[in-house]
Design a protein around this ligand. Structure first.
Ligand SMILES: NC(=O)c1ccc[n+]([C@@H]2O[C@H](COP(=O)([O-])OP(=O)(O)OC[C@H]3O[C@@H](n4cnc5c(N)ncnc54)[C@H](OP(=O)(O)O)[C@@H]3O)[C@@H](O)[C@H]2O)c1
Length: 323
């Protein structure tokens, strides 16, 4: 594994982290979930990314992860970097979601209970909710650190016009933003144009999610929607309508470049995200140990020639491919 510092901090993360948004809920196979976590840990992936609402049902990914930890990794807590987040809906009702102090503080307690942890290594505001003042949300994060419930804090998906204010409030309280989490893939490069630079200028690390565009950038949708894939599942976040002929054609072209690089399509897509020097880590999702093993081999070839980059950029520069 390769490790990199999170911005201007003393914390290193593996360049590949494992996310538990899909495939770790109560609807999923617990033994496969266990094998994936253990395989990841053995390969040096010490960062696991959670949120209160991951499942389905919401909360069940944290419950399952807590059980996996207790049964297999109980003596390894200090070798792990575990995140959680609050801000998206857990249940219908005025206190079931959003970025208020009420929700963040209560949600962190619920997440600690579900995972059986004493503290999270990092706790995020999962999103700007469009209403709650930034000051209220950031103060809740600061207080979670003061209460010992989180070692570090982060922001996720904050729009560029609000990022600077977040960093300023956190810095003033001596709780600097460790990580800024943004979606980034060959099919979603928008954050590279603004959010990344603001984060980097403020000393925050950058961690990218959905680097494979939820599986689209693996080639698995080349001949339609395979059974068992995320787009085929009613519980999957990737919609069939997002598997467009244009995106599938672009993946076929990209796969030719990957082949020349002797990489799988997924490996090249991950290497592309990591090629941006501002990026600390990218959070992958997997539904099997075989996928995880395939993705780990990305580390064998992380560099691109200028010619390869130009060729790739020509294919992905069409905004109609972007999410
Ligand atoms: N902050 C936020 O708001 C936010 C939002 C979304 C995600 N995240 C975080 O980011 C993590 C990753 O997101 P993601 O799951 O969308 O990431 P992703 O890596 O883009 O997609 C993962 C999916 O791609 C497929 N896949 C992965 N490796 C493959 C391989 N080698 N060959 C074939 N298929 C492969 C699998 O889908 P199949 O099921 O089809 O096999 C897998 O479930 C989440 O778990 C979460 O922790 C954060």
């Amino acid at each position: 594994m390769i490790y990199q510092y999170c911005g201007k901090s003393g914390v290193q993360l593996p360049v590949l982290s494992l996310g538990l948004w899909h495939n770790f809920g109560s609807v999923d196979d617990f033994s496969v979930a266990t094998q994936m976590v253990l395989k990841a840990f053995d390969a040096g992936i010490c960062h696991f990314d959670l949120a209160n609402n991951y499942g389905p049902e919401p909360g069940s990914a944290e419950t399952n992860f807590g059980r996996i930890l207790k049964e297999n990794l109980a003596s390894h807590r200090d070798e792990l970097f575990i995140s959680s987040k609050a801000g998206h809906d857990m249940w219908p009702g005025v206190y079931g979601g959003n970025s208020s102090r009420k929700n963040l503080i209560a949600s962190c307690d619920q997440s600690l209970k579900r995972t059986g942890l004493d503290y999270f290594d990092i706790f995020y505001s999962h999103r700007y909710d469009g209403v709650t003042p930034i000051e209220e949300t950031m103060q809740a994060l600061i207080d979670l650190v003061r209460q010992g419930k989180a070692l570090y804090v982060g922001i996720s998906k904050y729009p560029p016009e609000l990022q600077q204010r977040c960093y300023d409030i956190l810095k003033e309280a001596h709780v600097p933003c460790l990580l800024s989490q943004y979606r980034c893939s060959m099919f979603d490069p928008k954050a590279k144009n603004n959010n990344f630079q603001i984060a980097s200028d403020n000393g925050s690390g950058i961690i990218c999610f959905s680097p494979l565009a939820q599986g689209l950038l693996t080639g698995k949708y080349d001949n339609g929607i395979p059974a068992g894939s995320r787009a085929s599942k009613s519980t999957g976040f990737l919609q069939e309508s997002q598997v467009t002929p244009e995106r599938v054609e672009a993946v076929k072209k990209l796969a030719l470049i990957a082949k020349e690089r002797r990489q799988s399509m997924a490996q090249m897509a991950l290497a592309w995200v990591l090629a941006d020097e501002r990026v600390t880590s990218c959070i992958i999702g997997t539904s099997s140990v075989a996928q995880l093993e395939n993705n780990l081999e990305t580390l064998q070839n992380l560099t691109f020639s200028a010619e390869e980059m130009e060729h790739i950029n020509n294919i992905i520069s069409n905004p109609s491919l972007w999410f």
